[in-house]
Design a protein around this ligand. Structure first.
Ligand code: SAH
Ligand code: SF4
Ligand code: F3S
Length: 453
């Protein structure tokens, strides 16, 4: 390597949990290379933008950040500018042409190769790494943002073809990690004092489809339910979460496992996208709203108190008012604990982007507002059930709005605040009696504070 002095790096992460996990791995690699993390990109000699292109506004945000640093590079030519993630994969060479100041463009599958690629840059090359590859098991320790709760990748990529979505184009085909590697990573986290693990995949319940073998019952030899049984007793890890579930692969066996395994938290994130069957068909989601309702009924049969969250899109091409109202109806009937809502955004290279019956921005905005209003009302109703109850809260930090309070999450993933001292409570699971409920958060009082010190 032709590098002179130790240098500073900065990473800004956009987008979803996959990107956050990738950024933590890239930061681990940069630490390993002897660089030092800095908060302020203006103090950095290497800047990595780990980008998202799920909607147009996410993509545009990246260009404005990049523009500013490209300018700085004219005064500071030794600045190394890197674009990683989904915009990098989508645009590839075109991104280099658009922003010639860039040194490295790397797709998500190449995150683990950052050292290699940077060394090529330091040798004087402009590098684009976007070809599909087999994602290698990574031996570098990620630099994790939290020392209490960690992400663990389980399956990369997506084999679906939802007509609105860029993810399959930018994340590639499904690649499951071997159970042994997943468990080994969790064991190391347990040893390092982590309390919670969130297993990650675009469609985590599709885990194992790409690995060889079938069981005598005809299931894939490797599947997500068996993976949960295989990892749930990792010492030190007290909570296991997972996201995201796809209704197409979600099974009763998985729900039963969640009910049986004490560390698996009662929270399911299962996007439905639309409550209208014709729209679901046009989206190529592979299920009906009736099927989705049956999944929720099954969850509530096994785990009556389970928290259920989802994603939904309004204003898909051709969506009529009546079809949108079917989404409202589903949300009203089910009562989600949380719902991520978005206005449809046409994405390059997707089938829906070629559809002609696009909904006006005005109508999309109106539908989004109406849906969000209903979501908040229903979430507030769902929060009521916590009132006066005792919830287990894993303490992670301090309430940014009130330094006398700590904050953490309940098993159902509700953000909860209560009076207490972070130094004594950090990383502890504290029984908290809930005294105030809001749509998306709770306030309470710790029980037996002496016992948790
Ligand atoms: N794999 C997950 C979702 C990953 S993308 C699943 O299938 O459920 C995260 C969310 O972004 C999606 O659930 C969807 O609601 C939203 N999204 C994806 N493409 C979009 C688009 N073109 N316009 C608006 N929202 C979109
Ligand atoms: Fe996108 Fe559909 Fe894959 Fe989810 S399942 S990432 S929405 S293509
Ligand atoms: Fe965005 Fe890529 Fe995630 S497009 S939502 S960062 S998979």
């Amino acid at each position: 390597m032709t590098m002179k002095t130790p240098r500073n790096y900065h990473i800004t992460t956009f987008g979803c949990q996959m990107n956050k996990a990738d950024s933590e791995r890239m930061a681990g690699i940069l630490d390993d290379m002897g660089f030092t993390f800095v908060e302020d990109p203006d103090d950095a000699d290497i800047i990595v933008y780990n980008t998202c292109t799920i909607r147009d506004n996410a993509e545009q945000k990246v260009y404005s950040y990049l523009g500013k640093q490209a300018k700085r590079k004219h005064q500071t030519p030794e600045l190394t500018l890197v674009v990683a993630g989904c915009v990098a994969q989508q645009e590839g060479e075109a991104l280099m042409r658009r922003v010639p100041e860039l040194d490295l463009v790397l797709g998500p599958q190449h995150a683990n190769r950052l050292q290699d690629l940077l060394e090529q840059v330091f040798d004087g090359n402009q590098v684009v790494a976007t070809e599909p590859i087999h994602i290698m098991e990574d031996i570098t320790k990620p630099r994790r943002d939290s020392d209490i709760s960690a992400w663990v990748n389980v399956i990369y990529g997506c084999n679906e073809r939802c007509t609105y979505c860029v993810v399959p184009n930018v994340r590639g085909t499904e690649q499951s990690r071997m159970p042994e590697a997943i468990r080994a990573e969790m064991e190391e986290l347990g040893r390092a004092g982590y309390k919670e693990v969130t297993l990650l995949g675009q469609n985590i319940d599709a885990y194992g489809r790409d690995l060889p073998g079938v069981t005598p019952e005809g299931r894939n030899k490797y599947n997500f339910t068996d993976l949960l049984y295989y990892v749930h007793d990792v010492p030190g890890i007290e909570r296991i979460r997972f996201a995201t579930s796809h209704p197409r692969y979600f099974t009763e066996r998985l729900i039963a496992a969640c009910a049986e395994l004490p560390k698996v938290c009662e929270h399911f994130h299962i996007p439905f996208q639309s409550g209208d069957n014709d729209i679901l068909k046009a989206m190529a989601r592979g299920y009906t709203q009736e099927k989705y309702r049956r999944i929720v009924d099954k969850i509530r049969h096994y785990l009556p108190d389970a928290a259920i969250s989802a994603d939904a899109i309004v204003g898909f091409p051709g969506e009529t008012e009546a079809q949108f109202e079917n989404t409202l109806k589903l949300v009203d009937d089910i009562g989600f604990d949380q719902l991520n809502t978005a206005a449809y955004s046409p994405r390059p290279g997707t089938a829906a982007a070629k559809m002609e019956n696009e909904i006006s921005e005005e109508v999309k905005k109106d539908r989004l507002q109406r849906l969000n209003h209903l979501v908040a009302t229903k979430a507030a109703e769902r929060s009521q059930r916590y009132y006066n109850r005792i919830e287990e809260v894993l303490v992670e930090g301090v309430n940014p709005k009130d330094a006398s309070q700590v904050m953490g999450r309940t098993r159902g993933n509700r953000l909860t605040f209560f009076k207490g001292d972070l130094d004594t409570l950090r990383g502890k699971i504290v029984p908290v009696q809930i005294t105030e409920v809001r749509a998306f958060s709770l306030t309470g009082e710790a029980l037996v504070p002496a016992a948790v010190g």
